[in-house]
Each structure stands twice: as C-alpha cells, then as structure tokens.
Design a protein around this ligand. Structure first.
Ligand code: FMN
Length: 404
C-alpha cells in the first residue's frame, strides 16, 4: 500500500503528521508532498523523520538538469509509484485547483498525472466549507470518482463552531486502507457484464431500439477492471470508449446478446446485466425493405428470450445482478424481479426523470439486496454509482449462505 500524502496550507496541517503515523502503522509507505502554504504551518523535518523519506516541497527542486535526465521526472514518478493520492488537509484553494485542473506546483501537477485512487480530506472554516464555490468544486471532484472524507462538526481553530474540522486521522487512515483493499477486492473474479441497448431489425434498413446509452455498464466494466477483475463486456451498439483491460464482445440483437452471454457463462463468477435488452422483436425479418403504403404497417412483435431469467436458472455458484428500469414502485418492482429471476441484487433506477436513467451522465439507484435490505445510492456520476454497486457485490461475495 503506497500512499502519496499531499499536505495543504491549513491549520490542520499539523494533524497530517499524526495521519502519516497512522498510515505507517497500517503498513503503508508514505511519500509526503507539501505545498508552499503548508510550509508556513509545519516543517518538512517532522514528516521526513516520521516517514524516513525526503519530503517533496517544490516542483522545481534543486535538481540539476543531469539528474532530471537520468531519472524519471519526479511528479510523474510519484504519480506512477503510488496506489492512492491522499490530500489532508485539502484546503478550499486545493479543491478549486484540482476541480479546474490547475497545475502550478508539485501537488497539483501530481494530481493531474495520477490515475489511482484520489482521497480528499478537507478542512476549513465553516463558511468556506459551505460556500457555493467550494461545494460546486466538491461535486466536480466526487463526479470524477474521488472520495471525499467529510470534515467533522465541532469547534474550529477560528473560534467558531460548525462543519469544517479535519476528520480524525485514525478514521482517515482506516478509510484509505479500506478503499485500497477494495481496489483489489475483485482479483480472481471474472465479471460477465452486459451493457447498452439492443437493436431489433424490422427490415434491412429499419430497427427498433431504446434510449440506453451503455454508460452505466461501461462505468461498471471500468470500475470492476480497476478492482482487479477479468471483465467480459457484452455490449449492444454504444458509442463509448472501451475501458482499459476489458474484453469487448459486440452484439446487436437480443438473440445475439443471449447467445454471447450463455456462451461465456461458464467463465463467469459474477454476472451483471446492465443492458437494456429489447423485450420484443420481429421474428421473421423481411429480406427486402418494406415499402411505404397509405394503409400503414402493422407489426406483430414477439417477446425476446429473457436472458436474466435464463442466467438465473443456470446460475450455479455465480453471483447475479440484474437491473430494473422503472417509472414507478421502484423498490417493489425491484424485489419482484429479484425473486422472479433468482438474482442476488437488483439495481433499480427511476427512468423518465431528468438527471437519472438512460442517457444521463448521472444516476440515482436503489440496490435491492437478496438479504432483504434496500440500499439507497444518492444521485452521483455513473462511475460513482458503479463503485457503490461493486461495494455491495463484494459484501455479498464475502457473506455466508450464498444461494445457488
Ligand atoms: C492562519 C491561517 C489558517 C488557514 N487555515 C485554512 C484552513 O483551515 N483551510 C483552508 O482551506 N484554508 C486555510 N487558510 C487559507 C490558506 O492558507 C490559503 O488559501 C492558501 O493559499 C492555501 O494553500 P494550499 O493551496 O497550498 O493549500 C488559512 C490561512 C491562514 C493565514
């Protein structure tokens, strides 16, 4: 567990020393980066003595050109060499810089170069914390999938009382360990995922489909791969980049999706069906384009195979997650589907509302669990929702009494 600890220029900078200690106690290596403002509050010596490593205080350190050329550029090296970038205290200024991509010093430059888990522990005066600018910046950062460890409420250094006090260092360190463990928690699993809509041909040039963009399924694929799973993504037509390390199987119709899923089921230990599969199709597709006539066009559609139910019947020891897009009675419909299809979890989401559902970048869902619990996941980016779904998948994976 390798943690880069960025220390911002706030009163709580002194608590970052205790935090470094708590991380070391939990088996992490800690590379401290201090901003110029942080140096006004505490000295690098404290952190160097605690961590046994040189503390980074400047983008343009005293390195000569030879040293830069003979080794990796240091901020890139730090970005590549750590599993988590933890910033504590994350000042209002740092949150703004991260949100807007400014890269004027070592810490902000490292942030941009960093692809691992970002964890922010803000601390500031209550009004600064509650300010619309700070909250908007936090929304942006949460939307990128970063974890924000909320400050605690209490007496602040400025003499006022309210939210803004840095979370207790032991709590921050525990959260970092939990998140980093979760990151590799799907190692050894093969996740078979479906995503996107299907297209059902009406003739050689026309089809019926639905509004699914595939964003939720692709976000799940990316998050599962980052947690160490092998991911097979069976995707209907979606115009999205394929996440790194994910094996893509392209399909068009519900029948093709069914064949692809059943054909790969043996390999899977976890099946997540996020695709919006067409419920109806035309069984006999005419070979020629249907002409436009004044009398109209009557279509007789037949139900497509129920892939979720078929996987449920052949589930074996696998964990099965279904999706239910509903316009009403979210939890009741989710639970009905869970029972009927032999699922372990149903991700129920409201569609037909702004900011949730098919084409949106964000979503709000209820996770209907086979344990009887309903877990509400508030509105967030689909990437954040994907993380919460996988958290619950991992909880079920570890729970005894998995049904088969
Ligand atoms: C005594 C003092 C205490 C401060 N405490 C905080 C604080 O707790 N949180 C914060 O966001 N800013 C605080 N500030 C303001 C920051 O130091 C200032 O915004 C600085 O530019 C932040 O630098 P950074 O981006 O390196 O963190 C404080 C300033 C002073 C003079």
């Amino acid at each position: 567990m390798r943690v880069a600890l960025g220390v911002g220029g706030g009163i709580a900078a002194y608590k970052a020393a205790e935090l470094a200690r708590a991380l070391l106690d939990r088996g992490a290596t800690v590379q401290v980066i201090m901003t110029d403002a942080a140096l006004e509050f505490v000295t690098p010596l404290t952190f160097a003595a605690l961590t046994g490593r040189k503390v980074i205080t400047s983008l343009f350190s005293n390195r000569g050109a030879d040293e830069v050329l003979s080794s990796a550029v240091e901020h890139i090296h730090v970005a590549q060499d750590n599993d988590a970038l933890l910033v504590a205290p994350a000042t209002a200024d740092l949150l703004a810089k991260f949100a807007h991509g400014l890269a004027g010093d070592f810490l902000t430059t490292t942030y941009l170069a960093f692809t691992g888990r970002v964890i922010l522990a803000p601390a500031m005066n209550t009004n600064m914390w509650l300010h619309a600018a700070t909250q908007a910046n936090l929304d942006v950062l949460r939307g990128r999938g970063h974890t924000v460890i909320e400050p605690e409420t209490g007496l602040l250094a400025c003499g006022t009382s309210g939210p803004g006090r840095l979370a207790e260092p032991g709590r921050i360190a525990d959260e970092v360990v939990r998140l980093l463990m979760a990151r590799h928690g799907l190692a050894g699993e093969t996740v078979l995922l479906t995503a996107g809509p299907t297209q059902e041909a009406l003739d050689p040039v026309r089809y019926i489909s639905n509004r699914s963009s595939g964003k939720m399924g692709y976000a799940l694929a990316e998050a599962a791969a980052l947690r160490g799973a092998r991911v097979i993504l069976v995707s209907g037509p979606a115009n999205l980049p394929v996440p790194a390390g994910v094996e893509l199987v392209r399909v068009k119709t519900a029948l093709e999706m069914r064949d692809a899923v059943m054909g790969r089921l043996e390999e899977a230990t976890i099946v997540i069906k996020a695709a919006a599969v067409a419920d109806y199709h035309l069984r006999e597709v005419p070979a020629e384009k249907t002409k436009k006539t004044a009398s109209g066009w009557m279509l007789s559609l037949e139900p497509t195979p129920d892939i979720l139910a078929e996987v449920g019947r052949n589930k074996g020891d696998r964990l099965l997650v279904g999706f239910a897009a509903e316009t009403q009675n979210l939890e009741a419909e989710g639970r009905r589907k869970l029972e009927a299809k032999n699922c372990d979890m149903v991700v129920a989401n409201l569609v037909g509302q702004e900011g949730t559902g098919f084409e949106s970048d964000s979503n709000a869902v209820t996770l209907v669990m086979r344990t009887g619990a309903n877990v509400a996941v508030p509105r967030g980016s689909k990437r954040v929702i994907a993380e919460r779904i996988l958290d619950q998948v991992m909880t079920l994976r570890q729970a005894p009494g998995r049904t088969s």
